[in-house]
Structure formats: C-alpha cells, structure tokens
Design a protein around this ligand. Structure first.
Ligand code: SF4
Ligand code: SF4
Length: 208
C-alpha cells in the first residue's frame, strides 16, 4: 500500500482537529447564502394573473389556461404550478410584473412520496371583449395596468371602464352583438384590441 501524500495527511489531521467539512443536513438545516435560489413560493393575493411566469418558465412548471370554470361557469385564467418540474432558475420571479406574485425562498428540501404534493393552482377572473367575447386579460391584470398608468388610463376606455366598473361608478348597458356596426356610442365599451381598431377605422373612414 502506497504511503499517503503529505497533503492528504495534512487534510486528515486538520479534519480531526476542526471536524468534518460536510454539513449535518438533514439533521441540521444549512445556512444558505444571500440570493440563494430555493423553491418558488406563489402569493395568490400579489398575483394579478398576467401569465408572464408561464411564458418564461423554461421547464414548463407553470401552465396558463383560459377556460370556463367548473365551479362558477365564468371564464377564468387557470394558473397551474407543478413544482416537481421546477429547476429553480428564478425566471418566474425575475419577470413577475408585480415582483411579489412569485418568489424563490430559502427552502430547497421538497422531497415527497406523493407527486400530487407538487401541484397547486389558482383561478383569476377574465375580462372579455363586450363585442366579440375575446379574452382581453385577467381583470386584476387590467386593474393593475390602470393603476400603473394612473390618469393616462382615461385615454383608454377599456382600462377606465374596467377600473370604474369594479368600483360600481359606471352604470351602463353591457354587451354588444358581434357583427353589429360599431356606432360612436360604442366607443365607451370594454373592447379587445381588434374590436377597438375596427371601431376607430369605422368611425374615421366609414364601413368598408
Ligand atoms: S424557478 Fe424556473 S423552472 Fe421553477 S417555476 Fe420558476 S421559471 Fe419555472
Ligand atoms: S408573472 Fe406574477 S403576476 Fe403574472 S401570473 Fe405570474 S405570479 Fe401572477
């Protein structure tokens, strides 16, 4: 048997005096460094349902589906997360528009015997175009945008009505039949970008 090298002998003596280099995890939780990327934590009250996290997640751990809710029958944005697929890259946190809807905490120990423990989901109510029924975005997302742009939201009837409608400050007849000519009074409607453009073109140039 070859004699150990002096360097290895020195390491062995140092370890005997100072104790092992390895941590005592899982018996003793380790102290993680600053900016450590642990498991994502979702905050439903801070999320506005924009869907950005689902767009940027490289692992497909977050899926966004606009659908009819089985519970309410309303159109909702269904945000489903499968932490079992997460690679702790933190892109969802970096691109979360509120900066608080999802963040990576210091917990990285997520092992479980039941994969179902990795799943969770939330629904966000959707705002629909009053002319064609197309999805505009989650209501909370539109309200958040209105808050961000402040008084500039008065330049956009969709933003203004969505925000004021929530406050019950607007009393109006909702809903326009698809295909009906966009009269001037329909300017003050919640419209998707396509119907808004169609209204403006019709108002400016007449029906094609
Ligand atoms: S940390 Fe990365 S992989 Fe995990 S949910 Fe967020 S974006 Fe997806
Ligand atoms: S990016 Fe943030 S606000 Fe948007 S859906 Fe994800 S968690 Fe919610």
């Amino acid at each position: 048997m070859r004699k150990p090298k002096l360097r290895e002998l020195k390491e062995a003596v140092t370890a005997l005096i100072k104790g092992p280099y390895t941590s005592k995890f899982p018996a003793v939780p380790p102290t993680v460094p600053e900016h450590f990327r642990g498991a994502p934590t979702y905050e439903p009250d801070e999320c506005v349902g924009c869907g950005a996290c689902g767009e940027v997640c490289p692992a497909g751990a977050i899926t966004i589906t606009d659908m009819v809710s089985e519970d309410t029958g309303e159109m909702v944005r269904h945000i489903e997360r499968n932490w079992g697929q997460c690679i702790f890259c933190s892109q969802c946190y970096v691109y979360c528009i509120t900066g608080k809807g999802i963040y990576l905490d210091e917990d990285f120990e997520k092992s479980t015997m039941d994969r179902g423990d990795f799943l969770d989901a939330h629904d966000k109510e959707l705002l629909l175009c009053e002319r064609c029924g197309a999805v505009i975005s989650a209501k909370e997302h539109i309200h958040w945008i209105a808050d961000q742009v402040g008084e500039l939201s008065y330049a956009n009837p969709t933003l203004m009505l969505a925000r004021h409608g929530e406050l019950n400050q607007v009393d109006r007849d909702e809903g326009v039949d698809e295909g009906k000519r966009l009269e001037r009074d329909n300017y003050m409607r919640i419209l998707c970008p396509n119907c808004r453009a169609a209204y403006i073109l019709t108002d400016e140039w007449g029906e094609s």
